[in-house]
Design a protein around this ligand. Structure first.
Ligand code: NAI
Length: 300
């Protein structure tokens, strides 16, 4: 049976172009009513345009339902207003894709504090604020599907992107707690780590024949799956060029070094055991790490 969103209202931030536009078009094509949010700025976050309006026109021309929103994800009041308008028009908010983003790349030694703050503000605070604006509605509905956007730069690092990487992994920290707090109200929170040819990646020196294979629409099925009723929670889906995988944080089983002989040398001498990945695990919540430490202490 094909997946539909006929009774669902979705908000996609930064949906005036690139990946967000694809998500908005795909959700609308499957019956969702979609708020297309976009400030319409340039890649570095300056300026404004009516990018969101154009995507709404595209959706309507294809027979779908959509409204545009030119608010900035960094302005909480504007996000509250956006959510209120969606609820007023369509009765709720069921899906929120946090996709808006900007870049200010520089090596850390040349990075201005202002560029660091701006990028963290747009990505991290600009993910938290739309979620905060929609959270109580989702709790009351007992239903919510939230997708946040991370990046391989946040998960693993990338030269020149200390600001962006810090923000993108901060978003995973936000997801990890919201997935726990949302559980009892059927709010699932997942992350997408996309790779796609957009204006964000066009100056990175990717050869044209490879760039051509990284169409944003190849990422879309994974993101749309994370918006479905059967979506998991707390997953970090990675996607690009038609390939999909899961990224997860794991912790090794480690070693109990006891209370008596604890020393720096013991840590050095046991580094192999501390880092041995053979029984490593991915935890659902932080307390599982402490539980392991106590178990190891009791076992010794
Ligand atoms: P894009 O530049 O085409 O899309 C970002 C959109 O966000 C733009 O339309 C922009 O106007 C909008 N935006 C920026 N600041 C905003 C604000 N304050 N309020 C509302 N909208 C705002 O870039 P792309 O590639 O489509 O990026 C989408 C998301 O995917 C971003 O979060 C990006 O960091 C992430 N990403 C993209 C990758 C790629 O390979 N393209 C790789 C990893 C992550």
């Amino acid at each position: 049976m094909s997946i539909r969103f006929d009774d669902k209202v979705a908000i996609v931030t930064g949906a005036g172009g690139g990946l967000g536009r694809e998500y908005a078009l795909a959700l609308a094509a499957r019956g969702a009513k979609v708020v297309v949010n976009d400030l319409g700025g340039s890649r570095d976050g300056t300026g404004h345009s009516d990018a969101a309006l154009k995507v709404v026109e595209e959706i309507k021309a294809a027979g779908g339902e959509a409204m545009s929103n030119g608010g900035s994800v960094t302005e909480y009041e504007q996000m509250v207003e956006m959510v209120a308008k969606a609820k007023e028009a369509w009765g709720g908010v069921h899906i929120l894709i946090n996709n808006a983003g900007v870049l200010r790349d520089k090596s850390f030694s040349k990075m201005e504090i202002a560029d660091f703050e701006l990028v963290v503000n747009v990505h991290l605070m600009g993910t938290m604020k739309p979620i905060k604006a929609a959270w109580e509605i989702m709790r009351t509905q007992n239903y919510g599907r939230i997708v946040v956007t991370t990046s391989s730069s946040g998960l693993y690092g990338n030269f020149g992107q200390s600001n962006y990487g810090a923000a993108k992994l901060g978003i995973i920290g936000l997801m990890q707690t919201l997935k726990i707090e949302g559980q009892k109200n059927n709010i699932h929170v997942n992350a997408i780590s996309p790779v796609a040819a957009t204006r964000m990646t066009e100056n990175l020196g990717i050869p044209p024949e490879i760039f051509e294979k990284l169409k944003p629409e190849y990422v879309t099925p994974g993101v749309v799956y994370l918006c479905t009723e059967e979506a998991p929670t707390g997953a970090i889906l990675t996607a690009g060029a038609g390939a999909f995988a899961l990224s997860r944080v794991v912790e090794t089983e480690g070693v109990y070094l006891g209370e008596g002989g604890l020393s720096v040398e013991e840590v050095r001498d046991n580094w192999g055991k501390i880092t041995d990945g053979s029984n490593q695990q991915a935890y659902f919540m932080g307390g599982e790490q402490s539980a392991k430490f106590f178990r190891k202490m009791m076992e010794s």
